[in-house]
Design a protein around this ligand. Structure first.
Ligand SMILES: C[S@@+](CC[C@H](N)C(=O)[O-])C[C@H]1O[C@@H](n2cnc3c(N)ncnc32)[C@H](O)[C@@H]1O
Length: 403
C-alpha cells in the first residue's frame, strides 16, 4: 500500500525547497539499519514531509529499471507498480504515431504519466491529453511530464465521460481488487466494457494485464479488434486491445528486448503468418518460445517462420536442428521417461550437479522434483519435461544457450 500522499505533499515535492529536500533524502542510505536515524534527520529538517520524501526516494530507486526518467519522477508505490515500463510505453507511442500520424491522443487513465511521457515525446503526434480521476496522481503526472519534451494537456476526469474530441483514445484500467494473474472483466476500474461503449466509434487502445481472458472478450462480448500480447526481456507484461485494426491480424505477439546482452532486437509474430508446421521427433534442439508468442497462441506461426516443428500439437515446446537468433535453445543429450527413479538414475549417470527443470503439459513442481532427484554430480544440465500425446517424456539437455 505504501505512504498515502496528499496534494500538499506533491506541491512541496515540486517546490524548490522540496527539490532540495529530495536531494538530501536521496543521499541517505534508507536501509533497514539506517532508517530510524534517517527518518529522524528528515523529520527534524523537513516536517511534516519526511514520509513523502522517504517514499519518493524508495520509489525512485525501485523504478530505475522500469522507467527511464525514474530519478526525477514522483510516484506512489501503487502507481509505480501499475506504471507501464518505458520500453513498452515507447513502443506503443511509436506505433500510435505511425498508425495515426498527426493525431491528438487522449490517455484516459494517465495516473502518474508513464505513458504520457512517451506519447508526448512522439514526433508524429499533434497533441497529447492526459486525464485521471485521482487528483494526487494527476498532480504527480503534471510534474513527471514537465521533465522534458512537449507538455501534455492534463485534466481531472472520469474515463466514462466523453470529455475530449481526441482522435485516438488509450486507457489502462486498474484492477479493483485481488491479486494473481486471473481476474474478471468486471474487476477492472474503469470497467472495460463500459469504456468500449463510451468511446465506441473512435480508435481505442486498452492496456490490460496479461491474464486477461481475451477469448471470453471475443466469444461472449463480441470484441472484434486486435489483441496484442507484449513481453519485455522475457517477461509477459500485458495484453493490449486495439479496436481499429481493419484488415490486420487479430492476434499479435510483440517481443521487446532491451537487455544489453540480447543478441537480437524486438520482433513480432502475427496470426496471418502461415502456420503449416509438422509434429515429429525431437531434433537436435528443444526451443521454448517467448511467453508472448505462447500466450498469443502463435507458436505454430513462430515455428513455421523459423523452420521448427512441434513435439506435440498441443504443447508449446518446439524442436529443430537450429535455434532462432536471440532465443534460448536446449541441446538434447538423451530422451527418458518421467518416472522419478529413471530420472534420478539417468541424471546420476550423466554426473548431473546443477539442474534446471522446465515443464509444460505435466503436473510437476520443478523445485520439489529437483529436491527428490537429488543431483550430486558436477555437471550443469537442463531437464525439459512434457507430454507427447498422453505420454510423459523427459529430454535431458545441455544447459540452455541463448543464440
Ligand atoms: C493502471 S493505472 C494507469 C497507469 C498508467 N498507464 C501508467 O503507465 O502510469 C490506472 C489508473 O486509472 C485511474 N482510474 C480508475 N478509475 C478511473 C475512472 N473511472 N476514470 C479515470 N481514471 C480512473 C486510477 O486512478 C489509476 O491511476
Amino acid at each position: 500500500m505504501g505512504y498515502r500522499f496528499t496534494l500538499d505533499d506533491v506541491d512541496f515535492l515540486r517546490s524548490r525547497h522540496g527539490s532540495k529536500a529530495l536531494s538530501t533524502a536521496g543521499e541517505l542510505d534508507l536501509s533497514s539499519s539506517s532508517m530510524l536515524g534517517d527518518v529522524g534527520q528528515l523529520r527534524r529538517r523537513y516536517p511534516p514531509y519526511d514520509g513523502a520524501l522517504i517514499e519518493t526516494i524508495l520509489c525512485r530507486r525501485r523504478a530505475r529499471t522500469k522507467l527511464a526518467a525514474a530519478q526525477d519522477m514522483l510516484f506512489t508505490d501503487d502507481a509505480l507498480q501499475q506504471a507501464t515500463a518505458s520500453a513498452v510505453a515507447h513502443h506503443r507511442a511509436a506505433e500510435i504515431g505511425d498508425r495515426f500520424p498527426g493525431a491528438v491522443v487522449h490517455d484516459l487513465t494517465c495516473s502518474i504519466g508513464a505513458e504520457l511521457v512517451e506519447l508526448s515525446a512522439c514526433p508524429d503526434l499533434a497533441g497529447v491529453i492526459g486525464s485521471d480521476i485521482d487528483a494526487v496522481r494527476l498532480s504527480m503526472a503534471r510534474h513527471n511530464t514537465s521533465l522534458g519534451g512537449r507538455v501534455p494537456t492534463l485534466l481531472r476526469a472520469d474515463a466514462l465521460a466523453p470529455v475530449s474530441t481526441a482522435d485516438v483514445v488509450i486507457a489502462d484500467p486498474a484492477r479493483r481488487s485481488g491479486s494473481g494473474r486471473v481476474f474478471r472483466l468486471d474487476q477492472l476500474t474503469p470497467p472495460l466494457l463500459d469504456m468500449l461503449s463510451t468511446w465506441a466509434g473512435r480508435p481505442l487502445v486498452v492496456k490490460c494485464a496479461p491474464g486477461l481472458d481475451y477469448r471470453v472478450l471475443r466469444d461472449r462480448y463480441g470484441f472484434s479488434g486486435q489483441v496484442q500480447i507484449t513481453s519485455l526481456d522475457g517477461a509477459v507484461r500485458e495484453a493490449c486491445l486495439w479496436t481499429e485494426r481493419d484488415g490486420e491480424p487479430r492476434r499479435r505477439a510483440t517481443v521487446l528486448r532491451t537487455r544489453p546482452n540480447a543478441t537480437v532486437g524486438s520482433y513480432e509474430v502475427t496470426d496471418d503468418i502461415d502456420d503449416d508446421v509438422t509434429v515429429g521427433e525431437a531434433g537436435e534442439w528443444i526451443v521454448d518460445p517467448d511467453g508472448a508468442v505462447v500466450r498469443a497462441g502463435l507458436v505454430r506461426q513462430y515455428a513455421a517462420t523459423h523452420g521448427l516443428w512441434q513435439l506435440d500439437a498441443q504443447i508449446a515446446y518446439l524442436t529443430g536442428d537450429s535455434v532462432p537468433e536471440g532465443e534460448r535453445g536446449f541441446r538434447v543429450i538423451e530422451t527418458t521417461g518421467v518416472a522419478e527413479r529413471e530420472l534420478r538414475r539417468r541424471l546420476s549417470t550423466l554426473d548431473c550437479g546443477t539442474l534446471e527443470i522446465l515443464v509444460r503439459g505435466l503436473d510437476v513442481d520443478p523445485d520439489a522434483l529437483r529436491k527428490r532427484v537429488k543431483p550430486r554430480g558436477s555437471r550443469s544440465l537442463s531437464l525439459v519435461l512434457t507430454r507427447i500425446g498422453r505420454k510423459g517424456v523427459g529430454f535431458i539437455c545441455e544447459p540452455g544457450v541463448r543464440f
